[in-house]
Design a protein around this ligand. Structure first.
Ligand code: ADP
Ligand code: ZN
Length: 208
């Protein structure tokens, strides 16, 4: 099964996609994570993406489309995969179809902007492995330290207040139209993303 998780920044896509993929034996494909990893490595792709990501703007479609095209060819995608943060524009969604990659279900995590802004402002991320923490719902075992790799946690550059606003602007302009795109082809399912993470996961599993 090929699943897309949709929802505004901070709606919990990354958290849910990681667990769901692991439980189902699917690949978790997060374009945000792939881009941040390239930026950490200072690769040509990373250098190209850096300014867009830092300022909350979208990396050009052509760049992310070729990332996903390559990624979905890997062995770990053969049972299925969960796309998190892609597609983010109508042309990205169309590119998937054109490649013959047919999405079975698009699941929208519905969370108000107010709640998302609060979560993003609170969240801490690991600059090394990308793990994400929240002081209320997912505190690290030792404050400020990553459970997985012991690196010092940071606030992501694009989780600063001003950039959060820009990401929401981009979301409503470019990404929200995807809800309609998948609705028209009867592949859209919606979930209440305000519930606690365990409950959201249960509902997700019932759906896919
Ligand atoms: P969030 O969903 O919390 O906003 P992500 O980790 O998915 O965060 O993405 C972080 C940033 O990476 C985006 O703001 C954007 O700059 C870039 N990015 C990720 N996925 C895409 C995509 N599909 N198209 C364009 N840019 C992307
Ligand atoms: Zn870590």
């Amino acid at each position: 099964m090929k699943i897309v998780l949709l929802g505004p920044p901070g709606s919990g896509k990354g958290t849910q996609a990681a667990v769901l993929a692991k439980d189902l034996g699917y690949a978790h494909i997060s374009t945000g994570e792939i881009l941040r990893e390239e930026i950490r490595k200072n690769s040509p792709l990373g250098l190209q993406a850096q300014e867009f990501v830092k300022s909350g703007k979208l990396v050009p479609d052509g760049v992310v489309i070729s990332i996903v095209k390559e990624r979905t060819k890997k062995e770990d995608c053969k049972n299925g995969f969960i796309l998190d943060g892609f597609p983010r524009t109508i042309p990205q969604a169309e590119a998937l179809e054109k490649e013959g990659i047919t999405i079975d279900k698009a699941v929208s995590l519905e969370v108000t902007e107010e709640e998302c802004v609060r979560r993003l402002g609170d969240r801490k991320s690991c600059p090394q492995c990308g793990a994400v923490y929240n002081p209320v719902t997912r505190p690290p075992k030792n404050e400020g330290i990553c459970d997985q790799c012991s690196s010092a946690l940071i606030q992501r550059e694009d989780d600063k207040a001003q950039t959060i606003r820009e990401r929401f602007r981009v979301y409503s302009q470019k990404t929200a139209p995807l809800l309609d795109f998948y609705k028209k082809s009867k592949r859209l399912f919606s979930l209440d993303g305000h519930l606690n993470p365990e409950k959201v996961l249960t509902n997700l599993k019932n759906l896919v």
